[in-house]
Design a protein around this ligand. Structure first.
Ligand code: A2P
Length: 290
């Protein structure tokens, strides 16, 4: 069933709807901080939450949702939960790792579960065991998907080459590829590969870890349309059909980042922002992983 969202959603290749706006939770650690952020996000209309085994907050996120959903008049089916396989569990450990995520979150099922990284923790990027391990992880995710425990499965930080390899070998195609995206990193080739394969591209670090908030072009566009730089950066992705996962621990900024559906950037502002593309990554780069 589609989550009853106050924000629009995108149709995945599984037939499920994924909200276009979700809360990123990287570095949200203390239980009280997770509770405060989840409460603010639900109030602001967020209906998706993005966690990962390596964020070490799956249990706190699950607990916060179980406690706060009734307060907001919502049920489990109204929210879309994303988590990711720990790169240390890539390969043989994938079943145990994914079951651990399910049990930590304790929300019955996970709406979208991703292979977090194309490599395996502890292996060199050029190690030939990397492709073997991620293939084994994918088979495991397919199995848990068939059992209904992972409603959709996907990948994160994959390059076009990793995507092509997966598409050639999978039984179930990935529903989502989550990766870094912002005006300085437009990922044109990767997004066209996703489009070709019917995979939804989802953005993280839309704010360039906060660095893009003071970019002069972003600031000028924001001033002209009387919005904040964060809203401009998030709207730039949404207007291209790309779902976003702004990360904040601050209730006021969570609210600010959620006000994205009541304004439009002009074509010329979209073009000015896209012209900032220089391939700059603020996060770790997976292109060296074989
Ligand atoms: P904070 O948690 O204190 O709000 P990204 O999603 O690109 O990785 O960026 C996340 C960073 O940007 C976090 O450090 C977060 O800090 C900060 N941030 C998130 N939203 C805003 C906002 N609206 N204005 C300023 N900083 C923000």
């Amino acid at each position: 069933m589609a989550p009853s969202s106050t924000t629009p959603s995108v149709l995945l290749n599984t037939g499920a709807q994924m909200p276009l706006l979700g809360l990123g939770t990287y570095k949200l650690l203390a239980p009280e901080d997770v509770n405060r952020a989840v409460d603010a996000a639900l109030l602001a209309g967020y209906r998706a939450f993005d966690s990962a085994a390596v964020y070490q907050n799956e249990a706190d996120l699950g607990r916060a949702l179980r406690e706060l959903l009734p307060k907001h008049g919502l049920t489990r089916e109204d929210v879309f939960i994303i988590s990711k396989l720990d790169p240390k569990d890539q390969g043989e450990g994938a079943m145990e790792g994914a079951l651990q995520s399910l049990s930590q979150l304790d929300l019955g099922y996970i709406d979208l579960y991703l292979i977090h990284w194309p490599g395996t923790q502890g292996l060199e990027p050029a190690d030939q065991r990397n492709p073997v391990n991620r293939a084994q992880s994918w088979v495991t995710l397919e199995e848990l998907h068939a059992q209904g425990k992972l409603k959709a499965i996907g990948v994160s930080n994959y390059t076009p080459a990793h995507m092509k390899e997966l598409m050639q070998n999978c039984k179930i195609p990935p529903a989502v590829l989550q990766d870094e995206l912002h005006p300085q990193l437009c990922k044109t080739e990767l997004r066209s590969v996703c489009k070709e394969y019917g995979v939804c591209f989802q953005a993280y670090s839309s704010l360039g870890k906060g660095a893009l908030l003071t970019d002069p072009v972003v600031m000028e566009v924001a001033k002209n349309c009387e919005r904040t730089p964060a809203q401009v950066l998030l709207r730039w992705a949404l207007q291209q059909g790309v779902p976003v996962l702004p990360k904040s621990s601050n209730p006021d900024r969570i609210k600010d980042n959620g006000r994205l559906f009541d304004f439009t950037l002009s074509d010329s502002d979209m073009d000015r922002l896209s012209a900032l593309d220089c391939g700059h990554k603020y996060c770790r780069n997976a292109s060296q992983v074989v």
